[in-house]
Write a protein that binds this ligand. Structure first.
Ligand code: CP
Ligand code: NVA
Length: 310
């Protein structure tokens, strides 16, 4: 087993101060990019990116981030690696980490991501598992901070599936003192363990975490209204049942009206207009989804350099 390597498998790998520092660095990287100022902090470093699921934002933002940091990224599709033919994750981790300086992986089972990290001699970043999507939550918090100029004391309403995105938002928001109200259909609530940890953090930051089933109740007084797809990657066979179970959980302008007047709409993307959100909302004036998507680039740079101790 390899020890003393810093990984980013969850928002919980960062302290509150560590997370706030990443957000501050993200702002600096965004400014440097806007001013075309060189920021080659990872000159000649290589990121290996393992993908067992599709990706647009995560793949491209990490690749561009590494290039602009002076390094490079290699795309490693799961089925193009010997992993796809059954090579153990531990052997893959030991081998790849002898070539590259940092690894990022998008894998189905969270436990496999942890196994990769346990056996890697270089930092491993979680690019999404079925349990968590921490890079997304960092970009989301950075976006909220940009728009609202603060985090603590705000209220985020998450409507829909209590999934990977919801879990990482619960960790991130409770860490920085944001209230979170989740509304999901019965049996799609976020996992108990995640909710318990988020509630424990929220007690320290004086935030409120509420888990319920009523979207209207959840969005009351919300500064941020957030949703994600009803059918995540790997759940395609459940599509019909899920769409039925999620009836009544679509974000529409009526629901947005119950939130604060200046509430913003957020979505990690990809989105399905007409399923979890109406086109009117996602393409409307309160939507910040493309600012959120752009911010993946800046926050990923901040995460990468943090793992190298900058
Ligand atoms: N939000 C997000 O992670 O998008 P991709 O699946 O396109 O990477
Ligand atoms: N919950 C979605 C997020 C996509 C970025 C999924 O896992 O497919």
């Amino acid at each position: 087993m390899v020890e003393e390597v810093r990984h980013f498998t969850s928002i919980q790998d960062l302290s509150k101060d560590g997370l706030l520092r990443v957000l501050e660095k993200s702002g600096s990287f965004k400014e440097m990019a806007a001013e075309e100022e060189s920021h080659e902090y990872l000159y000649q470093r290589t990121l290996g990116m393992i993908f067992a699921k599709p990706s647009t934002r995560t793949r491209v933002s990490f690749e561009v981030a590494m290039t602009e940091l002076g390094g490079r990224a290699i795309y490693l599709g799961w089925d193009t690696l010997q992993l796809g033919r059954g090579e153990p994750i531990s052997d893959t981790a030991k081998t790849l980490s002898s070539y590259v300086d940092v690894l990022m992986a998008r894998i189905f089972e969270h436990e496999k991501l942890l196994e990769l990290a346990r056996n890697s001699s270089v930092p491993v970043i979680n690019g999404l598992t079925d349990l968590l999507h921490p890079c997304q939550a960092v970009a989301d918090l950075f976006t909220i901070l940009e728009v609202k100029d603060r985090l603590a004391g705000l209220k985020l309403a998450y409507i829909g599936d209590g999934n990977n995105v919801c879990h990482s938002l619960l960790f991130g928001a409770s860490k920085v003192g944001m209230d979170v109200s989740v509304a999901s259909p019965t049996s799609y609530a976020p996992e108990d363990g995640v909710v318990e940890d988020a509630k424990a953090q929220a007690r320290e930051t004086e935030a409120d975490i509420n888990i319920g089933e009523d979207p209207e109740e959840a969005v009351k007084g919300a500064d941020v209204v957030y949703t994600d797809v009803f059918v995540s990657m790997g759940q395609e066979e459940e599509r019909k049942r899920r769409l039925k179970d999620f009836e009544g959980f679509r974000i529409n302008s009526g629901l947005m009206e119950i939130a604060k007047d200046d509430a913003i709409f957020m979505h990690c993307l990809p989105a399905h207009r007409g399923e979890e959100v109406t086109a009117e909302v996602i393409d409307g004036p309160s939507s910040v989804v493309f600012q959120q998507a752009e911010n993946r680039l800046h926050t990923e740079k901040a995460l990468l350099v943090s793992l190298f101790g900058y």
